[in-house]
Design a protein around this ligand. Structure first.
Ligand SMILES: NC(=O)c1ccc[n+]([C@@H]2O[C@H](COP(=O)([O-])OP(=O)(O)OC[C@H]3O[C@@H](n4cnc5c(N)ncnc54)[C@H](OP(=O)(O)O)[C@@H]3O)[C@@H](O)[C@H]2O)c1
Length: 262
């Protein structure tokens, strides 16, 4: 896959963690005049930091930032952002969307305790509904050019993990949406990748280590952090870019950081 093409890139959750690193590493590879980067998150100051690092490396690259609360975001919000940032222009050779934003939910609760529908509504809106809605707008706006659609997945999307009833269920639903998309669209038009990044040292894993009700889960995260075997956002981003460059996956595949066949 040629990342040097004239590209439109949109990354959600680009203010920190994996999203920030993905945005920076991908943008640094865009050499063609006319590429555009759009960064979404809530914290505008941190989005500006991500932007500043990109612009320091590629000064000519237009980078747009939008503070958007995904718990309430609607299709119109996404279409406005896509259209305001040049979405739909036939001058791009490829459009990439990285559905990265995500939250781990309340890990202090067991599966039998998560029945609060108000909480579920907000949690599912920010983690599943908003990703589907953004994706539909992205598909519509960029219908005329080849697209790469990346979903930040996880082992928790395909395996049950104690303390993670909220997280496992949204990640499974989200991944299944992207798998259906891959079965319906030709890979030449829409290439879909569900990338599971491994266990990464970000605010998300700090939160799990602090709040999970299962002591075995807390101990597993603590052990990985203390022994420095927990990955960094930089390590998983490098691996992700190698997966893209090697291009051995099929559209819709679940590709894990550790999976050597990719
Ligand atoms: N860390 C891991 O070990 C791990 C493992 C497997 C998969 N993943 C997946 O990788 C992705 C990124 O995780 P991470 O570890 O980098 O998490 P993180 O450091 O907590 O960052 C999460 C990002 O999502 C944004 N975000 C969260 N809630 C939002 C909301 N309601 N509206 C808008 N933006 C929101 C945050 O931005 P603001 O705070 O600015 O809103 C932030 O940029 C997630 O999808 C996660 O499930 C992570």
């Amino acid at each position: 896959m040629d990342l040097k093409q004239r590209t439109y890139l949109l990354v959600t959750g680009a203010s920190r963690g994996i999203g920030r690193e993905f945005a920076q590493q991908l943008a640094k590879r865009f050499r063609a005049e006319g590429s555009v980067v759009t960064l979404l998150g809530r914290n505008q100051a941190l989005l500006e930091e991500t932007k500043a690092e990109i612009v320091a490396t590629v000064p000519s690259l237009p980078v747009h930032t939008y503070s958007l609360e995904l718990e309430m975001a609607k299709a119109e919000d996404f279409s406005k952002i896509l259209e305001a940032t040049g979405g739909g222009s036939s001058s791009f050779e490829r459009a990439i969307v990285i559905h990265n934003a995500g939250t781990v939910g309340d890990t202090s609760k067991r599966a039998k305790e998560i029945g609060d529908t108000d909480y579920l509504q907000s949690y599912y809106h920010s983690n599943v509904f908003s990703a589907i809605s953004l994706n539909c707008e992205f598909m519509r706006v960029f219908q005329a050019i080849p697209k790469l659609v990346v979903n930040l997945s996880t082992l928790a999307a395909i395996a049950p993990i104690s303390s993670m009833a909220h997280y496992c269920t949204v990640k499974a639903a989200r991944e299944m949406y992207f798998r259906v998309l891959a079965t319906e669209e030709s890979a030449d038009d829409t290439l879909v990748l569900n990338y599971a990044p491994g266990v990464i040292d970000t605010q998300m894993t700090v939160q799990v280590q602090r709040e999970a009700h299962d002591p075995a889960v807390v101990a597993m995260f603590r052990e990985q952090r203390e022994s420095k075997t927990m990955l960094t956002p930089g390590q998983t981003t490098e691996r992700f870019i190698k997966v893209l460059e090697a291009f051995k996956f099929k559209s819709g595949d679940h590709v894990d950081y550790r999976d050597e066949k990719f």
